[in-house]
Design a protein around this ligand. Structure first.
Ligand code: IVH
Length: 674
């Protein structure tokens, strides 16, 4: 049948382009051409459903998993590596290797050196060329079957060249790119959820979701670094094997090196110390391993570690400082987060004076108290955290000198209402929905740039409006009078007028911004845009059932449930009614897909020479998607796009912690919004 052959050819072609794009980072066709291929394949498969096979690129996202993952026993245990933290320990490892190989001259022992990725180890099994199983490491002997989730990683081939091996199990590390981690945390915070502490936790969370469609959105990636077993095994060295994995189109890391002797392996430790910080994934060290498979066999392993490999771990940047106070912050959803106020200290190039303590359990586990000297660390150079308390010595060692253990407040620090900790959660929440602290946070979110975009409504103004009782909900903003605002502290007549006109202007912000602004849990900017495009009016959305919502791509049960509960609640209905009476636009304006552009509300700065498009083209494209391009970097800048030989702006962006995109990342952002 012709169609079958066409489908096979298309699958091969798409597979080839996936490999170029996701593994080699060098696509040879445009995204439009790629989409055309995929669309053509979908059409053919729809017309010939019998020809749909599991290795088709259309079949990456499959069915959901019920409740829990199945256990899998690893045919070959997944060992871990012994850690070393300094050159002496690595040298000692080399001495043990020499001792274990008495008949081998030192100068013929080669080492393969690789980056040690900070993610999660997984095993992928291929039978007759087809990916049949993907599992977590678990305890090394037994893991969980997460095949459906791993299939969504676009750099994992669903099919490999069958002529090579009948059965092969490859192993690798799944990770979340730093940029994706930042994006997800921004989104989570906007949705009133606790941010992930580091990319590793974020990746772990995404891998264990029961719905692969959501995993697919998290942009996880993987590097393959070893094989569990392969039949047959014609290889003599690890390096040779890696080269074969590369040919088979597995994502093998390009920084892998073969060292002819131990000294050159040692030299790489220094070589990568700073370089790793420029990579888009977390690297916490190097793996140094004997190259010859025969030597490995001779050296053997202990029950936990191979004797032929060792991990060298780079030290995370740490500093010692004092906990001046522990305060509790009330978030938009009432979550109460303990935060350490620190004696300011310099770490990884920026001054840190606060660190989140996450939650009650974390403080208890680490026994952190006011006045303690603590070690703080920048996890993945991103969020500072308190690692441990330094044991007090000398005079301070007397127990009386130490402050009492920290206790979470039993009432909300802002409104004194009761706080509640749901059984299955780690956070306490203030139960009073009229809590002024929550209200202030909700108003900040409501007026923020990506929501209703009300200029001049800063934290100080919000503070006064709430404390004086003038504003009790969003709709109260729209009845404020100029003289009322002018009577606030530090508010000149002119600024009062500016604020009032900004408030009036925001009435026309449109449905997508309004939906985002309302602060429904799990409904961030992207979901709000999606909903607004689809439903066009809040009224229609209110009348839509849970079942209908749940069926929409990218929505799913969690968002549908949260949205429905929000819209059905009496107080929210009344508030929406009031907003409507005060003239807030509840429809999405403009032609369907073009309005509420993907980059709506985002500010960009372009720097350096771009190659794919001219700067002017890039600017126009960004603007056509609703984004803004400015020439100077400020705190308001969301992204800096850096071409080649970008100058001082790059440094400034790094200083301010603004994400830096290369052209490829910009292109992706413009196509998918993330
Ligand atoms: S080789 C016998 N190579 O580190 C184990 N492991 O502590 C051979 N890891 O469980 C592992 N990057 O999750 C190897 N390039 C790399 C690695 C790597 C990260 C992880 C892996 C392993 C852990 C060992």
């Amino acid at each position: 049948m012709m169609a079958r052959q066409d489908i096979e050819d298309l699958k091969q072609t798409i597979h080839h382009h996936d490999h170029l794009y996701y593994v080699k980072n060098s696509p040879s066709i445009s995204d439009q051409e790629y989409d055309r291929l995929l669309r053509r394949l979908r059409e053919l498969e729809t017309a010939h459903p019998k020809c749909v096979t599991p290795d088709s690129p259309t079949q990456r996202v499959g069915g959901k998993v019920d409740e829990r993952f199945k256990a899998v026993v690893h045919p070959v245990p997944m060992l871990s590596l012994d850690n070393t933290y300094n050159v002496d320990e690595v040298w000692a490892f080399h001495q043990r290797v020499l001792k274990g190989l008495p008949d081998v001259p030192e100068d013929s022992i080669e080492y393969a050196v690789e980056l040690k990725f900070d993610g999660l180890a997984v095993a992928l099994t291929y039978e007759n060329g087809l990916l049949v199983r993907g599992a977590t490491r678990g305890d090394g002997l037994q893991g969980e079957d997460i095949t459906a989730n791993l299939r969504t990683l676009r750099s994992i081939p669903l099919k490999i060249d069958t002529e090579s091996f009948k059965r092969i199990e490859v192993r690798g590390e799944v990770y979340m790119p730093k940029k994706e981690f930042e994006r997800i945390n921004v989104e989570r915070e906007a949705e009133g959820e606790a941010p992930f502490a580091n990319p590793r936790n974020a990746a772990a969370g995404a891998l264990r979701l029961l719905d692969p469609a959501i995993t697919a959105q998290r942009k996880l990636d993987i590097f393959i670094y070893a094989v569990g077993f392969l039949e047959p095994n014609p290889f003599k060295t690890h390096y040779e094997l890696q080269e074969k994995l590369d040919v088979l189109r597995f994502p093998v890391n390009k920084h892998n090196r073969l060292c002819k002797n131990f000294e050159s392996a040692l030299a790489l430790i220094e070589g990568f110390r700073d370089k790793r910080k420029e990579l888009d994934y977390e690297v916490d060290g190097l793996v140094i391993q004997v190259n010859s498979l025969a030597h490995r066999k001779k050296l053997g392993e202990t029950s936990k570690f191979p004797r032929w490999a060792v991990a060298y771990k780079y030290e995370a940047e740490q500093a010692v400082t004092e906990i001046m106070d522990i305060v509790c912050q009330v978030g938009r959803t009432g979550s109460i987060t303990p935060v350490a106020e620190l004696k300011p200290v310099l770490i990884s190039g920026s001054t840190v004076s606060r660190a989140t303590l996450h939650n009650e359990d974390e403080i208890k586990r680490k026994d952190i108290r006011v006045g303690d000297q603590v070690v703080i660390e920048k996890a993945g150079e991103i969020i500072p955290k308190v690692i441990r308390v330094i044991e007090p010595s000398g005079e301070q060692a007397q127990p009386a000198k130490r402050a009492r253990p920290f206790k979470m407040p039993t009432t909300c620090p802002e409104c004194q209402s009761l706080v509640h900790r749901p059984e299955d959660e780690a956070v306490w929440r203030c139960v009073n929905s009229a809590c002024p602290a929550q209200l202030k946070e909700r108003l900040k979110h409501f007026s923020s740039r990506k929501a209703m975009d009300i200029d001049h409504l800063g934290p100080a103004v919000i503070e006064q409006l709430v404390d004086s009782g003038r504003v009790k909900n969003f709709s109260d903003l729209y009845t404020l009078k100029t003289d009322e605002v002018a009577s606030l502290e530090r508010m000149a007549d002119k600024s009062a007028q500016n604020l009032i006109s900004a408030i009036v202007k925001s009435k026309l912000a449109g449905l997508s911004r309004l939906l985002h602004a309302l602060g429904v849990r799990h409904v961030g900017q992207r979901t709000a845009i999606l909903l607004a495009r689809k439903f066009r009016s809040l009224k229609i959305l209110q009348e839509t059932s849970y079942d209908e919502l749940e069926k929409i791509d990218e929505i799913g049960p969690v968002i549908a449930e949260s949205l429905k509960t929000f819209l059905d609640r009496d107080t929210n209905r009344q508030e929406i009614e009031r907003l409507l009476e005060r003239g807030i636009l509840m429809e999405e304006q403009g032609d369907a897909p073009e309005s509420g552009g993907l980059l709506e509300g985002w500010q960009f700065v372009l720097t350096g020479a771009l190659t794919r498009f001219t700067r002017e083209e890039a600017k126009e494209k960004i603007q056509s998607l609703g984004g803004r391009v400015t020439s100077t970097i400020s705190k308001k800048t969301d992204y800096v796009v850096a071409g080649t030989s970008a100058g001082s702006k790059l440094g400034k962006a790094q200083q301010l912690g603004i994400p830096i995109l290369d052209e490829e990342a910009l292109q992706k952002l413009m196509e998918s919004g993330h």
